[in-house]
Design a protein around this ligand. Structure first.
Ligand code: PFF
Length: 470
């Protein structure tokens, strides 16, 4: 059985690394556009609700597996399964997590590549009315995109290759404070220059008539829950890997609480950085390009263009913020598979990172091609390979792994769970946590997973059909 002895050399390393992982493109690129696509305030409300009721408990389950198993995601699950007389096949949860992390790495790096590229583009200045064409043009350049993407992958692999203390911890200590300062600066600028009230209103108030059909309601719930899990970095082995390096004095519940709060806070702040600015310039989420990548790569550059010379400073700052957030997350996406290779196959960290580097570059090429040469090559019901990778990892695998971990900890590890590791002294709280893992989260996640997949893969709106029966 592969075990490991690595441990963070201080008590804040887990907090920094897990926060650096959680706060990423998902918060600053993903959260605002998903809010815009799903009716604003209602989505935000659901998102916060799911973070508290499902995200936080499953987050703790994942960290617990790592802390108790003290190894890479696969070996941790396998050794805990052995301890609890369960089948070794539970290891598949760890494998699925690693698979998800690699696929995410493949498309995440491409978006990060765009971000770096846009840092330079916005510094040079974008003429008003041209942002749309620039965005279309950027996506058509296979070689440019490859250059920025590979640069980003190599940079993050460099940090991971240096190990958990000299690489990951050291980088996070530098990146995270910078990230928080940049977010606050952007919010401050949005408040000063934009329409802050309109931004707040959009994010925090909702009207029932925002939902037009029942099918839409299911889609909003699915989007909110998927976003909550993705943003918290649940289901990809990252939290297991980082949890396995936790010193024994650190408690799972408290550490998890800090990370979950910081992540949610930054998502809301990102909304407050983006929407006031967009509203202040007269852009409208219902009419302008607020959906998908367009919000960050089309609407924001257009907003910066309208700001003139100031936009040439604020624009690069915004993209720098995104790049920092993406970089700290990418490091964490790589860690589970690197830990897996070093422990299962006794590879040196350098060699393991080299292998993962090649895997990530290969996957990212597929994802890049999905923007241009393979733009119209549909995969199943998904438009192109990029959309497929995003869907398969974020919506398909992630909820499956989340459910798997929830069931594993709730049903199989009851005898292994201890109040001391968790840092939960109240029996009521402990019982509540286990109850959520046993019943609430598996039933809820699998219902949403089934409804969502039926809708996306087979265009079958089961919820609508059920409601129409009555
Ligand atoms: N949580 C990150 C974000 O919001 O951008 C993305 C992420 C990081 C996903 C690490 C998965 C992961 F393992």
């Amino acid at each position: 059985m592969a075990t490991q002895s690595s441990q963070w050399n201080n008590n804040t390393a887990f907090l920094l690394a897990a926060t650096g992982s959680a706060v990423g493109l998902g918060n600053i690129w993903g959260f605002p556009y998903k809010a815009a696509e799903n009716g604003g305030g209602l989505f935000v409300l659901l998102y916060i609700f799911f973070v508290i009721t499902l995200g936080f408990p499953v987050f703790m389950a994942e960290v617990f597996i790592g802390k108790k198993g003290k190894s890479n995601p696969v070996s941790s699950v396998e050794s805990l399964a052995a301890k609890s007389n369960s089948s070794k096949k539970w290891g598949i949860v760890g494998y699925a997590g690693i698979l998800a992390s690699l696929i995410i790495a493949g498309y995440y790096a491409v978006i990060a590549g765009f971000v770096i590229d846009y840092g330079f583009i916005s510094a040079q200045g974008v003429a008003e009315g041209t942002a749309k064409d620039i965005w279309a043009n950027q996506q058509s350049t296979f070689f440019d995109m490859t250059f920025w993407t590979v640069l980003f992958i190599v940079g993050s692999c460099y940090v991971v290759a240096n190990g958990i203390d000299a690489g990951i911890d050291k980088a996070m200590r530098f990146l995270l404070p910078m990230l928080f300062i940049l977010v606050l600066a952007m919010v401050g600028y949005g408040a000063y220059q934009g329409d802050f009230n309109a931004g707040i209103n959009y994010l925090f108030s909702w009207k029932a008539d925002d939902i037009e059909t029942t099918g839409q309601a299911a889609a909003i719930v699915q989007a909110a829950i998927g976003q909550a899990f993705f943003s918290l970095s649940i289901g990809m082995g990252t939290l297991m890997a980082f949890g396995s390096y936790m010193p024994s004095s650190q408690k799972v519940s408290k550490a998890s609480g800090v990370v979950v709060t910081a992540d949610t806070g930054v998502a809301l702040l990102a909304g407050l950085a983006i929407f006031p600015l967009a509203f202040g310039l007269g852009l409208d989420p219902k009419e302008d390009a607020f959906g998908g990548s367009a919000l960050v790569f089309e609407t924001m550059p257009e907003a910066f263009a309208q700001l003139g010379v100031i936009g040439q400073v604020v624009g690069p700052l915004f993209f720098f913020l995104l790049a920092v957030a993406a970089f700290s997350s990418m490091i964490s996406i790589l860690e589970p598979s690197v830990a897996f290779l070093t422990q299962k196959f006794s590879m040196s960290r350098m060699k393991a990172t080299g292998v993962i580097l090649l895997v990530c570059i290969s996957l990212s090429l597929v994802s890049i091609a999905g923007h241009n040469v393979w733009k119209d090559v549909s995969v199943g019901a998904l438009d192109n390979p990029f959309e497929f990778m995003k869907y398969f990892a974020d919506d398909f695998l992630l909820l499956l792994v989340g459910t798997g971990m929830s069931v594993f900890v709730g049903w199989r590890l009851q005898k292994v769970i201890d109040a001391d590791t968790m840092g939960i002294s109240s029996t009521t709280m402990m019982n509540l946590w286990v109850f959520i893992l046993k019943w609430v989260s598996p039933i809820f996640l699998m219902t949403i997973w089934t409804l969502g997949n039926l809708q996306v893969l087979f265009e079958y709106d089961l919820l609508d059909k059920i409601i129409n029966l009555f």
